[in-house]
Structures are given as structure tokens and as C-alpha cells.
Design a protein around this ligand. Structure first.
Ligand SMILES: O=C(CO)COP(=O)(O)O
Length: 230
């Protein structure tokens, strides 16, 4: 099982260091087959030791250059970071990343040999139209994406379940994951209001290979509970 924590715009360098210190103690009891990923904000990236993979929430598809406000692979590789989140709905929605831009980013980081955690997810109005509309929408988010890339992990995150406290139902997750698995034979995570109270039922669903957690990952005790409790 994969447990990934997306801090989004939360935590500082100081609080991330503390978090990792506590997490490392907890991870001593982790099952060897479980994998843990942490995606702190860019200012908290660093060289951390531990039984987890540190990844970037975002970067610009460049080594370096004139891209004010962005970071490239030069900044990531200072810390040995070779894992990146691409396609998160918040970047698509609030930061204006079109499918074209997302695909360009994917191709660049693939060519640099990064492990890519690629996010897809539908808005509520699409979910309300039914399964067929959902699949059409989700599959369009693979346009320009090499789904056979060896270091690809996919995360299905319905937008209406993100940060709302309302997770998708077990049936919705099961049927969407099953349908996605027919197209993408890669580890498939679920994200959207995953928390200690629902971790067991979500990780028990066939076709769920792990979780991508936002709000409930911010507290290290809560995140560690989820890793321990599945
Ligand atoms: O967007 C998410 C993780 O990338 C999910 O966020 P929440 O767990 O806060 O719903």
C-alpha cells in the first residue's frame, strides 16, 4: 500500500523537520511492503533521511532559467528529489494548467527520469451525469500522457471530495478504479477526504493501491495512524 501526504500550502521548513522527526519514529513499525511519500511545500524541501520518499508538489519543466517564481530540476536535485506530483486539480483549476501544459510537464519530467504521481479527477457536475461521463472526463486527462511510463503512479481524486470532508463512497471508488484499471495498469491511489475514520474501508477496496492524503496528513499523528491502521 502507498501512503502519500500532500501538504499543499501548509507547514514550514521548521514544522516539516519536526514532522519528519516524529514520522521516522513511527515508521520503524511500518510494514516493509508499504511505501510512504511526503510532498511538502517547496520552501520545506531538503535532504531528509528516513524510510519515505520526498517529492515536489510542483516544478517548472526546466533545469533552470528565467521563470520567475518557479523552481526547476536544478533546485530539486540539490536535495536529490526525483519524485513529482503532476496534474493535481488545484493546479489545473486555480493555477490555470491546461491538459496541454500538464502533458508538457509530464513529458519533461519523464524524460528526466522522475517518478511521477499523476493526478486526475472530475468535478461534481460530471459525477452527477453518471459513470460514462466520469470515465470520458477522466480518460481525457490522459491526453498526451505516456501511461506506460515505468515510474508512473496515478491518483484518482474526485474534486468534489477534496477538502470537503465528503469522501467518495466505497462503490464510487471501486467502480471508478476498476474502470481506470482497464486503461492504466499502474498503481492507483485514491484521494479526497481520506482520514483515520475511513482509511480501513478505502484501502480494503479492490483496485485501491494506496491513498493520497491532504488535510488529514497535516498532523503527523493522524497520518501515522492511517499508515498503521490499514
Ligand atoms: O487533494 C488531496 C490530496 O492531493 C486530498 O485532499 P484532502 O485529503 O484534504 O481531501
Amino acid at each position: 500500500m502507498i501512503f502519500a501526504a500532500n501538504f499543499k500550502t501548509n507547514h514550514t521548513r521548521a514544522s516539516t523537520e519536526k514532522y519528519i522527526e516524529v514520522l521516522n519514529e513511527k515508521l520503524l513499525e511500518k510494514k516493509p511492503e508499504d511505501q510512504v511519500y511526503i510532498f511538502p511545500p517547496a520552501t520545506a524541501l531538503g535532504k531528509y533521511e528516513g524510510d519515505f520518499t520526498l517529492g515536489a508538489q510542483n516544478a517548472y519543466p526546466t533545469q533552470n532559467g528565467a521563470f520567475t517564481g518557479e523552481i526547476g530540476t536544478e533546485q530539486l536535485e540539490e536535495f536529490g528529489i526525483k519524485t513529482i506530483l503532476i496534474g493535481h486539480s488545484e493546479r489545473r483549476e486555480h493555477l490555470g494548467e491546461s491538459q496541454d501544459k500538464v502533458a508538457q510537464k509530464f513529458t519533461f519530467f519523464k524524460e528526466q527520469g522522475y517518478e511521477i504521481l499523476y493526478c486526475i479527477g472530475e468535478p461534481l457536475e460530471i459525477r452527477e451525469k453518471g459513470d460514462e461521463a466520469v470515465m470520458e472526463y477522466l480518460l481525457a486527462q490522459f491526453d498526451g500522457i505516456d501511461i506506460s511510463y515505468k515510474d508512473l503512479i496515478v491518483a484518482y481524486e474526485p474534486i468534489w471530495a477534496i477538502g470537503t470532508g465528503r469522501s467518495a463512497t466505497v462503490e464510487e471508488i471501486a467502480s471508478t478504479h476498476q474502470a481506470l484499471k482497464q486503461t492504466v495498469q499502474k498503481p492507483l491511489l485514491y484521494g479526497g477526504s481520506v482520514k483515520p475514520a475511513n482509511i480501513q474501508e478505502i484501502t480494503a477496496i479492490r483496485g485501491v493501491d494506496g491513498v493520497l492524503v491532504g488535510s488529514a496528513s497535516l498532523d503527523v499523528e493522524s497520518f501515522a495512524t492511517m499508515i498503521g491502521e490499514k
